[in-house]
Design a protein around this ligand. Structure first.
Ligand SMILES: Cc1ncc(COP(=O)(O)O)c(C=O)c1O
Ligand SMILES: Nc1c(O)cccc1C(=O)C[C@H](N)C(=O)O
Length: 410
C-alpha cells in the first residue's frame, strides 16, 4: 500500500506544489474543505502589504499605479476577476467581498426584486445552515417565503410562485454534486432565477457558471481557494442581469462614483454594485495569493488528482478490511473533493484521528468527513490516513473518555 502510494506520488504532476504550502510536520491535513492550508507566498505577501503598502504607502496605496499606489480600491474586482476564471465566468461578473452569508442576503433580495409577485425561495432541507437561515431572515422581514423540497422533488416544487432556486452545488456533508445546467434550466422553465452556493466547488472542481446559464452565485474564499480564516467571499451576477440588479446593501463602495460624495445613491454600472463598505485589504491580498496558486495549478488537474486521491483512499480502506458506510456518491464524478462516511461514533473517531495527527472533521450527527485538497495532499498522506483510521477502529481507541467531549467548534 505504501509502495503503491509512493509510486503514485512520483508520477503525480502536482507533486511540486505541496512544497508551496506551509504544512506542519506530523500532520496529515484532510480538512482543506473547511479551512485551506497556508500558501508560503501568503506570509511574504502579507509582510509586503503590511510593511510596504500600509506602512510606507499609507493612504496613497488606495490608488492604482502611479505614485507608488497599490490599487487597493481595485482589489475586490481584481480578485473577483481571477476567481471568475476558476468558476467559468466572464472576468467582470464576480467580486470578492463580504462573507458568503452577506452575499447570499444581497443576492436573494436582488432576485426577489426581479420577480415581483413571487415570494418563494426554494431550497433543500439539509442545505448548509447559513443558506437556509438567510432565506428565513428575509422571510421574517416579510420579503420571502421559504420552501424546502428534497433533491429528488425539487423539479416538482418549482411552480409559478418560486422566485429563486437556491442550492449548494457540492453538498457540504456528503460532497454530492448537483447537475448545475439541468437544474438551472428547470428553474428557468418555471420562470425562476437560480443562485448557486459554490463554497465547496470553487478551486476544487470545474464549474461552468456562464455556460450553464446560472443567474447568481456565491462562495467561500477560505476553503479550496486558500484565502485564510475569514477570507472574503465572492459573488457572481450573470452579465445579462447587471443593469437591472438592485441589492439592498447600498453602501458607498457600490456607488457609481463613491468619491463624488453625493447624497443620493446611484449604483455602479456593473457587478461593482454588489460592493458595500470599504474592502478588507489585508484579507483580499491574502486571498489573491491563494487564488493565483489555484489558477497556476489549474482546475482540471486539481479535479483529476482529487478523484484519484479519494479513490485511492477508498482502495486503501478496502485493502485494510475497513467497511465504513460511504455517505458520498461512489462515483467520483458525482462528488466534490471529499469523502464522507457515516458512523454513530463519528465524533469520537474523528477526535482519535486528530490525536494521531490526521485532521479530518465531523459533521453532526454521524458524518466523518475527509477533504482531499489535491494541491497539497499526497497519495502517501491518503495511505497513512487510511491506516490510522483502520487502527483507530480496530483498537477501539476512539472509546477513550477524552475523545467524547464536544469542542465548541467542530
Ligand atoms: C455551503 C456553505 N455556504 C456558506 C458557508 C459559510 O459562509 P460564511 O463564510 O458566511 O460563514 C459554508 C461554510 O462555512 C458553506 O459550507
Ligand atoms: N467557516 C467556518 C468557521 O468559521 C469555523 C468552523 C468551520 C467553518 C466552515 O467553513 C465549515 C464548513 N463550511 C463546512 O462545510 O462544514
Amino acid at each position: 500500500m505504501m509502495d503503491a502510494a509512493r509510486e503514485r506520488d512520483r508520477a503525480d504532476p502536482l507533486r511540486e506544489y505541496r512544497d508551496r504550502f506551509a504544512l506542519p510536520d506530523g500532520v496529515i491535513y484532510l480538512d482543506g474543505n473547511s479551512l485551506g492550508a497556508l500558501p508560503k507566498a501568503t506570509a511574504e505577501r502579507m509582510a509586503g502589504v503590511v510593511r510596504g503598502e500600509w506602512g510606507e504607502g499609507l493612504i496613497r496605496s488606495w490608488n492604482p499605479g502611479e505614485n507608488g499606489g497599490a490599487d487597493w480600491i481595485g482589489l475586490p474586482r481584481r480578485v473577483g476577476g481571477r476567481i471568475a476564471r476558476l468558476v467559468g465566468a466572464a472576468p467582470d461578473t464576480v467580486v470578492a467581498a463580504d462573507s458568503t452569508s452577506v452575499n447570499l442576503f444581497k443576492l436573494i433580495a436582488a432576485a426577489l426584486a426581479m420577480r415581483p409577485g413571487r415570494k418563494v425561495v426554494l431550497s433543500e432541507p439539509g442545505n448548509f445552515p447559513t443558506d437556509l437561515y438567510m432565506i428565513a431572515g428575509l422571510e421574517a422581514q416579510g420579503l420571502a417565503e421559504r420552501r424546502l423540497a428534497p433533491r429528488d422533488r425539487l423539479a416538482d416544487a418549482l411552480d409559478g410562485d418560486v422566485a429563486l432556486l437556491l442550492l449548494t452545488h457540492v453538498h457540504y456533508k456528503t460532497g454530492e454534486v448537483f447537475d448545475m445546467a439541468a437544474l438551472t434550466r428547470a428553474a428557468h422553465d418555471a420562470g425562476a432565477l437560480v443562485l448557486w452556493d459554490l463554497s465547496h466547488s470553487a478551486g476544487a472542481i470545474p464549474v461552468g457558471l456562464d455556460a450553464s446559464g446560472a443567474d447568481f452565485a456565491v462562495g467561500c474564499g477560505y476553503k479550496y481557494l486558500n484565502g485564510g480564516p475569514g477570507a472574503p467571499a465572492f459573488a457572481y451576477v450573470a452579465q445579462r442581469h447587471h443593469a437591472a440588479l438592485e441589492q439592498p446593501l447600498t453602501g458607498w463602495m457600490g456607488h457609481a462614483a463613491p468619491f463624488a460624495f453625493s447624497d443620493d445613491y446611484a449604483p455602479a454600472p456593473g457587478v461593482g454594485r454588489l460592493l458595500c463598505g470599504t474592502p478588507p485589504v489585508l484579507a483580499l491580498a491574502a486571498l489573491e495569493v491563494g487564488v493565483d496558486l489555484v489558477a497556476e495549478i489549474g482546475i482540471d488537474r486539481l479535479a483529476a488528482k482529487s478523484r484519484a486521491l479519494s479513490e485511492f483512499f477508498r482502495d486503501c480502506l478496502d485493502g485494510l478490511g475497513v467497511a465504513l458506510e460511504l455517505a458520498s456518491p461512489a462515483d467520483p464524478m458525482q462528488r466534490g473533493s471529499q469523502l464522507s462516511f457515516r458512523h454513530r461514533q463519528a465524533y469520537a473517531i474523528c477526535q482519535a484521528l486528530i490525536a494521531r495527527g490526521v485532521i479530518g472533521d465531523f459533521r453532526d450527527p454521524d458524518i466523518l468527513r475527509f477533504g482531499f485538497a489535491p494541491a497539497y495532499v499526497s497519495f502517501e498522506d491518503a495511505a497513512r490516513a487510511a491506516r490510522h483510521l483502520a487502527e483507530v477502529l480496530e483498537t477501539g481507541e476512539w472509546q477513550r473518555e477524552e475523545f467524547r467531549e464536544r469542542a465548541a467548534v467542530t
